[in-house]
Design a protein around this ligand. Structure first.
Ligand code: GLN
Length: 447
């Protein structure tokens, strides 16, 4: 059924770069047999899913939506891909995204932009835009995205779906092609908090191949979904409701907060005084790490290689020039500059210090409240092409999501209604470290 829907709607939406129709059919039959023979059970057995096209998937093309990797067949599975496979999931294909996850609209993809299923003249958000469109159009019941500065939460808001970026370290990054390693975190995108919980149960936990994955027990995320939220202390950061937030979006968020109050939650104002520094800090830290991570694409070991190189330098230069798109090049240049001798202290080190201040703001807020709520992004889905010539306005899309990423905290978006322009709005929920179960519970109580 899902393959039929993909066949029908993907030509217009462009949510998948690769559809693994044949292997999916074969996998489904094999898994069905194993379930019947009692060899396989569990909530993921037989469930179709997709993956953002930056998770290595064995024998399947993994492009990062870049010409650099347009014909790269991964020789192994990412940790999370292997986990879903072992649990009996059926891979439907690989979702479109912004090139190397750099973007907020899915327009930097070398495979063309994705259309928002709610209004096909609008972007789906990014960088996990293909995944968000996939869930919204029911082209898969679940997909994995990644979030470095908002890439699960912002497209979830634009497409009226649920997505969670867990605490940094909750899930292994092994086999997930790196953008900014101190920020990247994978997470599920689905139609409900419950589906996200089922997925998190399968993919969370320690993996020795990722030294930043955390050795901490994984709770059953579905067990507490029905707990009461009476007495829950919700903090609203005053900086998230200030200038920059579209009033139509604010209205929907405020109405949702009132509904939580009606369910017995206690609403308090909190302050995150350094949050206005988050976007500038991010645009030093993330490009710095990206310039280092993307140095591996040199035309020698894998990926695009230019034809007839004159010498080694020419091979590097032309392969990278031809392989990477404009936004990726912009970030590599900014990052290389910020890390270069003489500028490291002025930019990178300074940014890391401010990052700590931003994190401390959250620590203090969590002394007063259990969770933080606010908008996921300042606007509803914008028009295709509306911001492509204005990188700064594109970067400001992540005003409310980036502080959470810099602090390494878990953040989640779930749908709370439609703005006056008829487009969906998702609320952002931020929990303390490793509070994913509580967050999923809160979202589930709303739905
Ligand atoms: N939009 C942000 C960026 O372009 C965040 C992307 C992401 O989270 N991968 O970097």
């Amino acid at each position: 059924a899902y393959l039929n829907r993909i066949g029908r709607f993907n030509p217009e939406l462009n949510a998948y770069i690769t559809v693994t129709a044949e292997t999916a059919q074969a996998q489904a039959v094999a898994i069905d047999n194993r379930i019947r023979q009692g060899e396989l059970s569990g909530a993921m057995a037989g469930v179709p899913y997709a993956l953002k096209d930056l998770f290595c998937s064995q024998d399947v093309r993994t492009t990062c939506a870049s010409n650099m990797l347009s014909n790269f067949i991964a020789p192994y599975d990412a940790h999370v891909a292997a986990k879903l496979k072992a649990a009996g999931g059926v891979l439907l294909g690989k979702n479109n995204m912004d090139e190397f996850a750099m973007g907020s609209s899915n327009e930097t993809s070398a495979f063309g932009n994705v259309r928002n299923p709610w209004d096909t003249d609008k972007v789906p958000g990014g960088s996990s835009g293909g995944g968000a469109a996939t869930i919204a159009a029911r082209l898969a019941p679940m997909t994995l995205g990644t979030d470095t500065g908002g890439s699960i939460r912002q497209p979830a808001s634009f497409c009226n779906i649920t997505g969670i970026k867990p605490t940094y370290g909750r899930i292994s990054r092994y086999g997930m092609i790196a953008f900014a390693s101190s920020l990247d975190q994978c997470g599920p995108m689905a139609a409900s908090a419950e589906d996200c919980a089922i997925t998190l149960n399968v993919i969370s936990g320690l993996d020795e191949r990722d030294s930043t994955s955390v050795d901490r027990a994984v709770p059953d995320y579905t067990a507490t979904l029905n707990d009461s939220i009476a007495g829950l202390r919700i903090g609203l950061p005053k900086e998230f409701f200030a200038e920059g937030l579209n009033p139509q979006v604010a209205e929907v968020i405020e109405k949702a907060v009132k509904e939580f109050e009606a369910k017995g939650a206690i609403i308090k104002e909190v302050t995150l005084p350094n949050s206005h520094l988050a976007v500038p800090v991010y645009y030093v830290v993330a490009p710095a790490e990206c310039s280092s991570n993307l140095a591996r694409f040199d035309g020698v070991r894998f990926g695009h290689r230019c034809s007839n190189p004159q010498d080694l330098k020419d091979l590097y230069e032309r392969s990278r020039w031809e392989g990477f798109g404009a936004e990726v090049k912009r970030r590599i240049m900014i990052g290389t500059y910020a890390l270069s001798s003489g500028y490291y202290d002025a930019y990178y080190l300074k940014a890391q210090k401010i990052r700590r201040l931003i994190q401390q703001d959250f620590v203090e807020a969590f002394n007063e409240v259990d969770v933080i709520m606010g908008p996921s992004c300042p606007t509803t889905a914008f028009g295709i092409g509306a911001k492509t010539d204005d990188p700064i306005s594109m970067y400001l899309e992540d005003l409310y999501t980036i502080p959470v990423s810099l602090a390494g905290l878990p953040g989640m978006t779930f749908p709370v209604g439609f703005a006056a322009d008829g487009l969906p709005v998702g609320i952002q929920l931020v929990g303390n470290y490793f509070e994913e179960a509580r967050m999923l519970n809160i979202a589930h109580q709303y739905q």
